[in-house]
Design a protein. Structure first.
Length: 167
């Protein structure tokens, strides 16, 4: 997908270094927005990073960039336990690119992918109290489901589940 100077492309195993660098930047920038930590993921070997960006019918990752500069990432995955459900996961936009349509472009490619996989619902989690992210997701049509869980083991923060029906 191309929009103005913004390009969103599918990542593959050959992009593992770029994905790793952007993912670690995301975890450093917003440590309470993800179910993992920079410390944990810094220890991942190359094979883990390659596997994480290996697209399949079950999962896919994208990179938003402009003029070769990474601006954001997102991951999507089909719900193995609930057919018809897909997850928008691990979305992050670099602070210098926020409020420029990058998150919307990333969310749109996830929606298109989910529809191709025949999902009828797109689901995501947002950390309770992350007003900016929650506002973005609500503007994109996501509504709270009432479900919530611990952000990650040992964290007092909660992750709220939001969902939207796909057309």
């Amino acid at each position: 997908m191309k929009r103005g100077g913004l390009r969103v492309r599918v990542l593959g195993p050959e992009d593992w270094r770029t994905f790793r660098d952007v993912r670690l930047a995301a975890l450093a920038d917003a440590p309470d927005a993800f179910g993992s930590t920079a410390e944990r993921e810094r220890a991942f070997p190359e094979a883990t990073w390659r596997d994480r960006v290996a697209a399949s019918a079950l999962k896919c990752s994208w990179l938003a960039e402009s003029e070769g500069e990474p601006l954001g990432i997102v991951h999507a995955q089909l719900d193995a336990e609930r057919p018809g459900r897909a997850w928008l996961m691990a979305m992050w936009v670099h602070p210098r690119a926020r409020r420029r349509g990058v998150a919307r472009a990333l969310a749109e490619v996830v929606e298109a992918w989910a529809l191709r996989q025949r999902a009828s619902t797109l689901v995501l989690q947002v950390t309770d109290g992350n007003r900016a992210a929650e506002s973005l997701y609500r503007a994109l049509g996501y509504e709270p489901t009432g479900e919530q869980e611990a952000l990650r083991s040992g964290s007092p923060k909660r992750a709220l589940t939001l969902a939207r029906a796909l057309r």
